[in-house]
Design a protein around this ligand. Structure first.
Ligand SMILES: Cc1ncc(COP(=O)(O)O)c(C=O)c1O
Length: 457
């Protein structure tokens, strides 16, 4: 008799709880998923959407203090091992999964639309391929070449809008056009709450666990540069456990929208989208910090690893575990975490947690461009830029957004953008209360039990 198929129907996948704790998966599914790592187009890989390694520990790195120059532990969660190469596959999966459970999205009837600046689009194309949907990714035309390549590789179609990272509003406007055809289903990362739920439950839970092994085991601060602001929701889980923890949102200095309504172009792909996204819980954001975009491009640690090791008098090859682990926004997050730790005078017991959304594989073309723009001729020039980048930053770049008037300002920005896209004043008003976010987080249980029921049937 043939062995029963272990693959669930392509419509299914893990619950939020199983993404946080894959150990709770049926053992046969977990085993099969781990064995399928190398074959990324096997649909069983849906069950590899998790921050955990096969041994169930959380994928993270604590940066050497010689590199950070601060006493606090800078704990970086590593996203590039997620299927498709970045943690953005998590919100893509969660949004499609909730849409299916709500009976709004059906395989064979619908086309999936992914408004994005790249990694979410890659995640959408990937998840759609695994689940058997056609996908169209709408994104700006000036993102890294590696992004378009991946989307095509997963069979996604591309619809490109003018401009770059900071022209996401054009992507949202193009998305409205697709909504006119009811067969198109938009995984709207900037406005749908599964993005918040994934990060609050899965990323937040993983961040808390990663910190347990370091310093005092608590989290003093969480730092992330928002694109959709989904990742920032991990901070809400952290605050639930450690109410004194601080959440800091980073922005490119060149596009300082949260800081002071600045709206320029910049080079940090994935973040700084010229808006307060609908799913950004501004109530729990304590600080906004500006980071110069070129610091992040130049600071890609991989670029001159041997040089950095010599400069810091590290053992040769001791940075090797970081090889390829960081993309540009990861460097931004690392710089933000270091500067916040310095600003808050955090000590050796304190943990600052941040995220490396994707790895270096998405950026060789960007470094090639950098080499043309800024030939880094001498070691002296590199040494100076290292000092400026890793030991630099000024408190003038940090804004405390805890006062009520700052919250009101951010709410106003949110309202300006989202009332144009049809959100009512009363819905937007509701978001000004923490109970809105608690209610949305609590829905994890509802979706989990609906999914388990669907899997059984
Ligand atoms: C490379 C990169 N970094 C950071 C982010 C920001 O993450 P989030 O959208 O969760 O705010 C994104 C989002 O697409 C990204 O692609």
């Amino acid at each position: 008799m043939p062995a029963p198929r272990l693959e669930p129907a392509p419509g299914f996948g893990p619950t939020y709880t199983e993404m946080l704790h894959p150990k709770t998966l049926p053992a046969a599914i977990r085993r099969k998923a781990l064995a399928a790592h190398a074959n990324e187009l096997d649909p069983i890989n849906l069950y590899n959407i998790t921050w955990r390694k096969p041994d169930n520990s959380i994928r993270h790195i604590v940066l050497p203090k010689k590199l950070t120059g601060v006493e606090a532990n800078i704990v970086v969660l590593v996203g590039r091992e997620f299927p498709s190469g970045s943690h953005k596959v998590g919100p893509a999966y969660a949004t499609l999964m909730e849409g299916e459970l709500a009976g709004e999205i059906h395989r064979g009837e619908n086309t999936i639309i992914g408004p994005s600046t790249g990694n979410f689009g890659i995640g959408v194309a990937y998840i759609s391929k695994l689940k058997g949907y056609p996908a169209i990714v709408i994104m700006p035309e000036q993102m890294s070449a590696e992004r378009y390549q991946r989307i095509r590789q997963y069979g996604g179609k591309l619809d490109l809008t003018p401009g770059s990272e900071s022209d996401v509003i054009l992507v949202l406007e193009r998305t409205e056009h697709y909504k006119k055809d009811a067969r198109n289903k938009v995984l709207a990362q900037f406005e749908l709450l599964p993005n918040y739920r994934f990060h609050r439950h899965v990323t937040g839970g993983s961040a808390l666990e990663a910190a347990q092994a370091h310093g005092n085991g608590q989290v003093a601060a969480f730092v992330a540069a928002p694109g959709s602001a989904g990742t920032l929701a991990a901070g809400d889980a952290i605050k639930e456990q450690f109410p004194d923890a601080v959440i800091c949102a980073l922005e490119p200095r060149e596009c300082s929208t949260l800081f002071n309504n600045g709206r320029g172009t910049h080079r940090i792909e994935g973040i700084g989208d010229k808006m307060v996204t609908l799913i950004h819980n501004v109530l729990t954001t304590d600080y906004v910090m500006l980071i110069h975009d070129d610091d992040c491009v130049v600071g890609l640690l991989q670029q001159r690893q041997a040089f950095i090791e010599t400069l810091l008098q590290l053992r040769a090859g001791s940075l090797r575990p970081f090889d390829g682990v960081f993309g540009i926004s990861s460097v931004c997050n690392i710089l933000g975490a270091i500067r916040l730790a310095r600003h808050l005078h955090l000590g050796p017991k304190d943990n600052v947690v941040t995220i490396a959304t994707d790895g270096f594989d998405r950026y060789p073309s960007v470094l090639a461009d950098l080499a043309k723009r800024k030939p880094m001729a001498s070691d002296r020039a590199l040494r100076d830029s290292f000092e400026a980048i890793f030991r630099g930053g000024s408190s003038a770049d940090i804004l405390d957004v805890r006062p009520r008037q700052e919250k009101e300002r951010l709410f106003r920005y949110k309202q300006e953008t989202w009332s144009k896209f049809g959100y009512s004043d009363s819905y937007l008003e509701g978001m000004k209360s923490q109970s809105f976010w608690e209610g949305e987080a609590a829905r994890v249980a509802e979706f989990d039990s609906a999914l388990l029921k669907a899997r059984k049937s």
